[in-house]
Design a binder for this molecule. Sequence first.
Ligand code: SF4
Length: 486
Amino acid sequence: MPPAHPFDDDKLREECGIFGVTGVQDAATFVALGLHALQHRGQEAGGIVAHDPEQGFNSARRFGYVRDNFTSADIMETLPGPLAIGHVRYSTTGSKGQTAIRDVQPFFGEFSMGGAAIAHNGNITNANALRRELIERGSIFQSSSDSECIIHLMARSLQRNIPERMEDALRRVEGAFSVVAMTRTKLIGVRDPLGVRPLVLGRVGDGWCLSSETCALDIIGAEFIREIEPGEMVVITADKGVESHFPFRPQPSKFCIFEHVYFSRPDSILGGRSVYETREAIGRELAKESPAEADIVCPVPDSGTPAAIGYSLESGIPYAMGIIRNQYMGRTFIEPTEQIRNMGVRLKLNVNRALIRGKRVVLVDDSVVRGTTSRKIKEMILDAGAKEVHFRIASPPTAWPCFYGVDTPEREKLLAATMSEDEMVKHLAVDSLKFISLDGLYRAVGESQGRNKACPQYCDACFSGEYPVVPADKVEQGFKMRTAAE
Ligand code: SF4
């Protein structure tokens, strides 16, 4: 299993990518390619379940990258059939950082009407309560994953078929979920009523596919049809095609705004817009809100690049590749202690001295989480002879943890939770530090009037502390929600 890279430890991290396909020969091969394109959403482990009319269900779950496991003929030959789903993960709940293979999805359940496999992206915020209840009523859990609750809730449902049992189960679940599931004949996709995590529908030949992001449709030559709506369930069969239901009580959608800032790949389409273009627009907003007297604009690669280009275009300050990323660094074998985390930046990024020397530099990054990376990068830029360093951040201060399927440090470890902006400037020892405002971010993602304070158009809890779903398990464990006075 590849350990987390120390540099990545200073980012919020999306924890899962899901993909499913039906109606093609060797569906598992398509799923492997799709998961490879979604690898940025989870690098710890991956799994595929496939169904073949003659050989039934087969599954393979492995630690490590998709390319290191699901390219081998030995594994792929064990996954025949025209219907398959898959999952890549970083650990979500339970055994974080010490995942057992039994925690790796998709999960499989055998019901009286046949088997079903399920892959879940998101986080169930009432999983502890559900788990207690299910165990008291006799369920035997195999994993520490919150997602397994869905299988047990389905087992207890009295409905006659698997999609209806899944509806029943998901009505009991709180939090964020995008689900791809399969029976012997059906591919099923569901998004939670708030639509926190993404899920899209594509057409591949005569078949159909479901994916966390559109970039994974491109890799298999599939046509992007549409996003699955918040609260929608699609059931896809060979004879009836795509049937859509809305089994949950409708609610205003709360898509994760951080998908626009960082999680999704820049070549994906979200909400009808290219993620790259949105990030460029964020850079433009940032330049309008927080101009700087400077000679060059440099991105912290790669995630800061589109916003840096936007900042440069808006401000007229030339764009320069002042920091070069070592593309072949891969993941390190060393433990991510605080000290090694600092070294890790130097292993992965290097300053282009010739460009930086004697310049006033605007550095554009997507976010500041712990602040360890920002500090190190600033030191590297000053060591290279920069005259001034002005940080511009393409997201508001990350002051609250995410409980909806994103790995975040505890609140005390978030720099913005413990320091004001002025304190952060001193702590990072930079000439200036400015974050895009929440309104500015909303404008950049296409909300021309900014954020609707009464009913925000997105989930932005990690910035605002306003959680669209109360994280019941965390509150039970002592997490303090934002008070009216804060
Ligand atoms: S808390 Fe932040 S990262 Fe989590 S779903 Fe909401 S916007 Fe996304």
